[in-house]
Ligand binder design. Structure first.
Ligand SMILES: [Ca+2]
Length: 333
């Protein structure tokens, strides 16, 4: 995977444009025995929350928002009834999928993935590839890094079964979702769910980041990218059910790991009001990157303040890193 120049205007801890076009990655033969298990509805919907149909105010235009990302305008967006996972897909769940289908992720096929520099251990240091990101030098291309070895050689997930699976590309997330009889949420569905019944609040729990001094999610404390105090309890990922759920009963809609959405990225498409741009089932018809939402354990207010509910960024469909995961959704009716 050869990096392309980052395209965004606002500072980010992420790796925009880090991967080549997915068109060069072969066809989307998901390699999974898709839906072969014919999961029943009860099994499929376990751990999912139903979000009622109706409009909500999507986006934000507050000072300090990243307008260049297309966070605004604030617009009323209709969302059909749907279900969404209360928690991000875990390492244990992805292992079940992997063992049942033999699916190989993009990182496994490519042989490497991006790992945050401070998490790379001594064994893996000798296996860092040449690919670099000039605007995000804290990402190291670690050979062998993948979902079951998140930091490459010498790492495993033995203590992280209930952490979100990472090093999964959009294509990998789609393959898992199909196998599970689900799909990825649209961006509008994701944001409505993340807002947890609140109207235009900055975070899933309200407008104050640390109410009564209490951390509500897993982000970065200290000085990015070198000093992470872990004051919220976590230096890297945390369990998917850490911290209190939002008003819909959904966990970690802010921080921990970025979550893939179904939509193509476009920072301008939603600016024009119309039936296509104000309905959850619509998104830009094409693009080079897919939307990711929610921010991660690497986000910090002073640098990549994207754990806000309206914040958004993107990555190429075959891109993977140690801070990107996903949760699934499902249509009703
Ligand atoms: Ca943290």
């Amino acid at each position: 995977m050869q990096p392309e120049p980052p395209t965004e205007k606002s500072p980010s801890c992420c790796l925009r444009g880090a991967s080549s076009s997915w068109a060069g990655k072969g066809n989307l033969d998901l390699q999974a025995k898709q839906s072969a298990t014919a999961k029943n509805i009860a099994e499929m919907t376990e751990g999912m929350v139903t979000i009622a149909a109706g409009p909500f105010l999507m986006g934000s235009e507050q000072p300090g928002d990243f307008s260049a990302d297309g966070e605004g305008p604030v617009r009323q967006t209709h969302v059909d009834e749907f279900q969404i996972d209360a928690k991000a897909v875990t390492v244990a769940q992805f292992r079940h999928f992997s063992q049942e289908t033999g699916y190989q992720t993009d990182a496994e096929r490519e042989g490497w993935s991006f790992v945050f520099h401070a998490l790379v251990g001594s064994s893996a240091r000798a296996h860092v590839g040449a690919t670099t990101l000039p605007d995000a030098p804290w990402w190291l291309a670690v050979n062998g890094a993948c979902w079951y070895a998140p930091e490459g050689l010498g790492s495993d997930t033995s203590a992280r079964h209930q952490h979100p699976v990472v090093h999964v590309s959009w294509r990998d997330a789609m393959a898992y979702a199909h196998w599970a009889g689900k799909r990825l949420p649209s961006e509008a569905e994701w944001e409505k769910a993340a807002r947890g019944t609140l109207v235009q609040a900055a975070y899933p729990w309200g407008n104050e980041f640390k109410p009564e001094g209490q951390h509500q999610c897993n982000t970065w404390q200290g000085r990015f990218p070198d000093i992470n105090t872990g004051a919220d309890g976590y230096i890297a990922t945390c369990p998917v059910d850490a911290f209190e759920p939002n008003g819909y009963g959904l966990y970690n809609m802010a921080g921990n790991v970025w979550e893939w959405c179904a939509d193509w990225w476009n920072a301008d498409w939603q600016a024009d009001a119309g039936p296509l741009t104000r309905h959850t089932s619509q998104s830009p018809e094409s693009g080079k990157e897919k939307v990711i939402r929610g921010g991660s354990y690497l986000c910090h207010a002073s640098y990549c303040n994207r754990y806000r509910v309206s914040a958004r960024t993107a990555s190429t469909p075959n891109g993977s890193a140690g801070h990107m995961g996903f949760r699934c959704a499902r249509s009703l009716g």
